[in-house]
Design a binder for this molecule. Structure first.
Ligand code: S6P
Ligand code: ZN
Length: 205
């Protein structure tokens, strides 16, 4: 069967055999968020990769450096940096603690500060920590089905505050880019810590 469809996402439409469509097809397992398809890119972050992220470096160094912390899948149908496209991804964060902090992502501003993003939580319980450019920090609870809009000019990171794997879907502009350096040097103004068993946002001194 012949269909007028593109077999490359940023090329003009051509006629392709329907059998080849499956090569570019992405599916989402709606119970876990797992993206399936040959175009999916995978990144894994283990504890060794997260030097300087957690408050208690002594606690981090006492743990297995190979401990998986989080994994990101991304579908990027146009080159990163190109205006007008959209990327799609799933992040999976393991349950666990480093000292009194939950396993969490590195966190970033978008390199183009005007770019926003959506998160949709699928499984587990988390906290989306948001910091504006005046360093005002707040958090939103992620639970199954919760949708989160990350406004422009807002750094974002996610902590797994539950006992099971956390997974959430994300959609962001292809020209957003990632500024990790600002967080690496200045951090967030507050950290989400487990205090008397409760996730509590604590201002940094
Ligand atoms: C991309 C989006 C997510 C994160 C992912 C990991 O803009 O916000 O896909 O990349 O949750 O976090 P991080 O801070 O290590 O990129
Ligand atoms: Zn982002």
């Amino acid at each position: 069967m012949e269909l007028p469809l593109s077999n490359s996402f940023d090329q003009p439409a051509t006629t392709v055999n329907v059998d080849s469509l499956s090569k570019n097809m992405i599916t989402v397992d709606l119970s876990t968020g797992e993206l399936l398809g040959s175009a999916v890119q995978n990144t894994v972050r283990i504890l060794r990769d997260l030097q300087g992220i957690f408050r208690d470096e002594t606690a981090r160094l006492a743990m297995d450096p190979g401990q998986p912390i989080y994994r990101v899948q991304a579908f990027m149908p146009v080159p990163e940096g190109r205006e007008g496209g959209l990327f799609w991804g799933t992040t999976f964060i393991e349950p666990g603690m480093v000292g009194d902090e939950y396993f969490m992502t590195k966190g970033h501003f978008h390199a183009d500060r005007s770019r926003s993003e959506y998160y949709l939580n699928l499984a587990g319980r988390g906290a989306l920590i948001l910091m504006d450019e005046n360093r005002k920090t707040r958090f939103e609870i992620l639970e199954r089905g919760s949708l989160h809009y990350i406004p422009p000019h807002t750094a974002h990171r996610v902590s797994n505050i539950g006992e099971s794997l956390l997974s959430f879907l994300a959609c962001w502009p292809s020209d957003a880019g990632h500024d990790y350096q600002t967080i690496a040097t200045e951090g967030f103004s507050a950290r989400l810590r487990k205090i008397n068993g409760v996730p509590t946002l604590v201002e940094e001194p």
